[in-house]
Design a binder for this molecule. Sequence first.
Ligand code: SF4
Ligand code: SF4
Length: 380
Amino acid sequence: MNAADPSRPVGLLAELTHRCPLGCPYCSNPLELDPRQHELDTASWKRVFSEAAAVGILQLHLSGGEPASRRDLVELVAHGAKLGLYSNLITSGIGLTQMLVSKLAEAGLDHVQLSIQDSEPRSADHIAGYKGAFARKLEAASFVTEAGLPLTVNAVIHRANVRRAGAMVELAVRLGARRVEIAHTQYYGWGAKNRGLLMPSREEAEAAIGEVEALKTSLSGTIVIDHVAPDYHARYPKPCMSGWARRTLNVTPSGKVLPCHAAELIPGLEFWNVADHSLDEIWNHSPAFNAFRGDDWMREPCRSCSRKTIDFGGCRCQAFMLTGEARNADPVCHLSPHHHVVETILAEARDDTHPPQPYAYRRLRPSTAVRRERLDISAD
Ligand code: SF4
Ligand code: SF4
């Protein structure tokens, strides 16, 4: 594929804001978060959605941060519905009142994806860095199902909750979810910063995989389970983003358009902004989108590997983070000459000789009131 390839994106991830009341240590948002005053205004987001529909995008994922932090959320959902876009709200549940959910449903919202941090309330609140988050999420789930909206529960797995992967699936069933996504942590943004504290052992990860796979069979017909395996423990890398700039666009709160949410960590890439270019121009001509399209950029062993059309050499961001060169094979791959880097990380993650450190919670700039509430929690 190259710049002239006629294929179209199918999904737009609209990061409406980086504001979020929670502080999940695995959050994939960048360490440098966009402040409120840099966020696109309502009219700009509506124009972006219109341009997305014009280039053939079908799915609109409203994300963040916490998208309910935006006062114009209902208006944005209504605009997406008017354009015929399938809309999915990706939310922490904090800030979702019964009234807001009902208005979103009336405005044409199609689907809600609600995150949970654990099946145990105290641990869930600790991971979220927010006392009372678990209870508010259960309430939010009931608002969603009562409004007749389909609910997916999303649970990110890491060392603190890896033994309860099955319990989180069972919680999703009790909440009335039609789907649950059990996704092992991806180490980007805040997740990369907290990697040593989040990484489970191989034994823990494999036990969780076995538990969830067994539930796929026993709960067949009750709930659909999507299972994202832990890639550091795999033999081959994930087909990241289904290939660079092949399927989706990601618009940051300030309007930068990225091929994936972590792409800004790769130095030297030039990202265009919706304030200066249309989505169509960006998709076809932005230097960042064309940087890793096709396979001309690939090095060995990917270049001559039969799997390069299956996994696209893995993740460019992970290759850069772990090897210093984005064109290398993702070192998760056992064929990569840099695979020893991943093996070392796995060994160090379980080195219990180091005293445990507190999480670096994902924070924008907490207000005094919120900070007080967040700090009133403990790990035990
Ligand atoms: S992962 Fe947690 S901190 Fe990050 S946006 Fe989602 S709810 Fe907020
Ligand atoms: S060598 Fe490259 S293309 Fe082949 S399996 Fe590994 S990452 Fe994928």
